[in-house]
Design a protein. Structure first.
Length: 437
């Protein structure tokens, strides 16, 4: 058994009594009553999901296993010659809550390498799809195609299901899937956008570096991949991709079924597709300004014209956050510290919007949160490095988001969480409750 699996087994054994006690002794403690607005409005704010992987504080931002983004980047073992950590070490942290040693991190690196080969039948599935298929449809199809190899499902079908140990099968599936997502995403990219010419893997590279290599990117982009995958990994359990993955897995569906469903949710314009839309809006906005970085007064006037015409400023505002998204800040710092990128006109515009837009939005008065979210920045970095295929950006998001989703469903099985089945009410019932029947 690997070190990671041994540590995880002990963590699970320590955690189970806590969950059991909460259900038995405190199951009737109220977390708050749902309102009509919450029932109709997508269950927003109702505290009815449990995860220890990450927590999103409205004023502080995301914490991964209790650590802020800067603390996470500082604590994890770094790739030699890089300022950024191994994605594999971050996976260890999400699963266990412990910062791994370099030795433990490299053990995960080697484990992922041993599982990273794309099955030939997955390549056959991808090549059978029309080339104008959306890359997220290709990505989802590749994931669900691998369900035939699920350890979890195959053992369940063979009558080997054990509620106390089935997390081990889920762990195996999640680890294998996590190891293959980067190569699959890179294969889709090369097949669809780069003349179907593919690049052989470099056995010396970590997951983030390997992805950059496989899509044909520069050494500098290896850090972009490491940063991007970690920043997009998890955002509590309530977002569509994480919640969908949890929901499907709660039916004892395996990781392949569950994360394929999560990817389909991520593809929505209100979720992962937003980064594409923000970049397109920013580029069009710059064209309207004559293709040049405007002065502060010109930008302020243009933003007011946008708002007064009934449009929004994409990339600003968030369902939970009430301050600048720390993921935005991390990417902004990367840009500011990267020669060439810091002077890139499109980044200069994004930088200026960050300095001007919150004041305009505050004065406008309709935005609950006038601060930027992660999508306000991410597309500009991809565009600068030559990844200019808008529709592919959500695949990048999906590779990173798998880290949180798959860590969560491993723990869901470890703690024996029940199938998710919220109770519905009719509109007539809501009207009666409101006294307007």
């Amino acid at each position: 058994m690997s070190t990671l699996k041994e540590v995880l087994a002990q963590k699970i054994a320590d955690h189970r009594p806590r969950t059991t006690r909460l259900v038995k002794e405190f199951g009737d403690v109220s977390l708050g009553e749902a309102t009509i607005g919450q029932a109709i409005g997508g269950a927003r704010g109702i505290k009815c999901l449990v995860t220890d992987i990450s927590y999103l504080d409205p004023m502080e931002g995301i914490r991964f296993r209790g650590m802020t983004i800067p603390e996470t980047f500082a604590a994890l073992p770094k790739v030699p010659g890089s300022d950024y950590p191994y994605v594999e070490g971050f996976w260890y942290l999400l699963l266990t809550g412990d910062v791994p040693t370099m030795e433990q991190t490299l053990e995960v690196v080697e484990d992922w390498k041993s599982r990273s080969q794309i099955p030939e039948y997955v390549i056959d599935v991808l090549r059978a799809l029309p080339r104008d298929s959306h890359p997220m449809a290709m990505f989802s199809a590749a994931i669900v195609a691998m369900q035939r190899d699920s350890v979890f499902s195959n053992n369940y079908a063979a009558g080997k299901f054990n509620k106390m140990t089935c997390w081990e099968d889920m762990y195996e599936d999640c680890t294998t899937l996590m190891a293959k997502l980067g190569p699959i995403g890179a294969y889709i990219y090369r097949m669809k956008y780069k003349g179907d010419v593919h690049i052989a893997a470099d056995p010396e590279l970590d997951m983030g570096g390997q992805f950059a290599h496989l899509i044909g990117q520069s050494d500098e982009y290896k850090d972009v991949a490491r940063m991007y995958f970690i920043l997009h990994s998890d955002h509590e359990s309530g977002n569509v991709s994480a919640h969908t993955t949890h929901l499907v897995a709660s039916a004892l569906s395996d990781a392949y079924y569950a994360y394929s469903a999560g990817i389909n949710g991520l593809a929505g314009p209100l979720h992962g597709l937003a980064n594409e839309e923000v970049l397109r809006w920013t580029q069009n906005f710059m064209q309207k300004l004559g293709g040049q970085v405007p002065t502060e007064e010109q930008l302020k006037e243009a933003l007011w014209d946008t708002l007064n015409s009934g449009q929004v400023i994409p990339g600003y505002g968030h369902a939970v956050l009430r301050k600048t998204d720390p993921r935005y800040t991390s990417q902004r710092e990367f840009c500011l510290n990267t020669p060439g990128l810091a002077e890139y006109p499109l980044f200069q515009l994004v930088k200026m919007i960050f300095e001007v837009a919150p004041g305009v939005l505050t004065e406008h008065g309709k935005a609950k949160n006038p601060w930027p979210n992660v999508d306000a920045q991410s597309g500009v970095i991809q565009w600068y490095y030559g990844v200019t295929e808008y529709e592919y950006y959500t695949v990048l998001f999906g590779i990173g988001r798998a880290l949180g989703c798959l860590a969560n469903i491993t723990w869901d099985r470890a703690l024996g969480y029940a199938i998710e089945r919220p109770k519905s009410v009719t509109t007539a019932m809501l009207e009666k409750a409101a006294g307007i029947a």
